[in-house]
Design a protein around this ligand. Structure first.
Ligand code: KG4
Ligand code: ZN
Length: 338
């Protein structure tokens, strides 16, 4: 029997420092250190993020190795996020990975963060995985894309946001409601007790598979400003209904475009990925539609939705098979494309 490849994955593109150990396609550990320091600023402060990564990276890798019960010399390759992301944050992970690869004399594998979100579907959890080709709605704090996935290494973006990402739409709406960063999970939480039809907001009129969320954000802002002028406690008294209505508006935009992409491509396998795929309303609505319209739906395990190194390691696994290695001179790129 051939030995299963062991990969150390490193993720540091934004504000989470993460290390994971993957053996074959199974995750042995996936350790994530969140950075609480940004909460008070209403968004990620890049300089603070890179400093926190610097402090977290060694303890996080150490914890991942211990949890997986793997020794450094058992690792076959190290995969790291090469972009897109915040430059200072990317530099911490990439420098660590380069030093580790050189010190251990093992291959170095550069990973595109957005492709890794999609490939998280191939982590072996004993569940059915998508087969190729499939469509993936990749929704995070920085990106909103519909991707046609032909193979682990061949992907094409067929729709993307023209302005804000879906995660940003959640976070900026949350900020208007006075909620701390990141507001997406909080909107999800408060929406559970609210009425999705309590408020209606402007809808974008983009004809192709692209998205736009900036108009919605403005519509939410004006509506709330008008109401607060007349009644100071408007937000507190209507928090659940506001969250449910905002969430419904964002999720409806996402689902309508995904359905359009499905019709246009005749691809009947749909996946979601990225931080916003953790949203319970999006997950539940898609499950209902998949049942009605009889298509295969793939939703990642909760811990593989938001940023994590397990997805970097699985993306590394496929590149390892193709011997697609990187070099010590490769620089991370904040706007890395597919
Ligand atoms: O993929 P991710 O962890 O980081 C990026 O690569 O950007 O995504 C983070 C985004 C944030 O905007 C956060 O508010 C959003 O995902 N998010 C959610 C939920 N959990 C995370 N948005 C809505 N509902 C959630 N449950
Ligand atoms: Zn992400």
């Amino acid at each position: 029997m051939t030995k299963e490849v062991v990969i150390l994955g490193i993720e540091s593109s934004c504000d989470d420092t993460s290390a994971a150990i993957l053996k074959g396609q199974k995750i042995l550990s996936n350790v994530i250190a969140n950075q609480k320091v940004h909460e008070q600023y209403g968004g990620v402060v890049p300089e603070l993020a890179s400093r926190a990564h610097q402090q977290n990276i060694i303890p996080v890798v150490d914890a991942a190795l211990k949890k997986a019960n793997i020794k450094k010399n058992e690792i076959d390759a190290i995969a790291y996020t090469n972009g897109p992301g915040l430059m200072g944050s990317l530099l911490v992970g990439s420098s660590f990975a380069k030093a580790f690869a050189m010190g251990m004399n093992i291959p170095l594998i550069a990973i595109n963060h957005m492709q890794a979100h999609i490939l998280a579907h191939f982590i072996d959890e004993g569940e059915k995985m998508p087969s190729f080709p499939f469509l993936c709605l990749t929704v995070s704090g920085g990106h909103t894309q519909i991707v046609k996935v032909e193979s682990p290494t061949k992907m094409e973006i067929i729709g993307a946001t023209l302005d804000d990402a879906a995660g940003e739409a959640f976070d900026k709406s949350a900020k208007i409601l006075g909620l701390p960063y990141p507001g997406g999970p909080l909107i999800d939480k408060y929406a559970k007790n609210g009425n999705i039809n309590a408020f209606t907001f402007g809808k974008p009129k983009i004809k192709n598979l692209n998205f736009s969320f900036s108009g919605l954000k403005t519509s939410i802002l004006y509506k709330i400003q008008d109401e607060v002028k007349q009644h100071a406690d408007f937000i507190t008294e209507n928090k659940a209904d506001l969250c449910a209505s905002i969430q419904h508006a964002i999720v409806t935009i996402l689902i309508e475009k995904l359905q359009k992409a499905k019709t246009q491509t005749s691809i009947n396998q749909i996946a979601i990925a990225g931080g916003v795929s953790a949203n319970s309303y999006l997950r539940n609505e898609l499950k209902l539609i998949a049942k009605q319209e009889k298509f295969d739906l793939f939703i990642p395990k909760f811990e593989y939705c938001t940023d994590n190194a397990a997805m970097i390691a699985i993306a590394g696994h496929f590149k390892f098979i193709n011997k697609d290695f990187s070099t010590q001179t490769e620089s991370p790129s904040a706007h890395l494309l597919f």
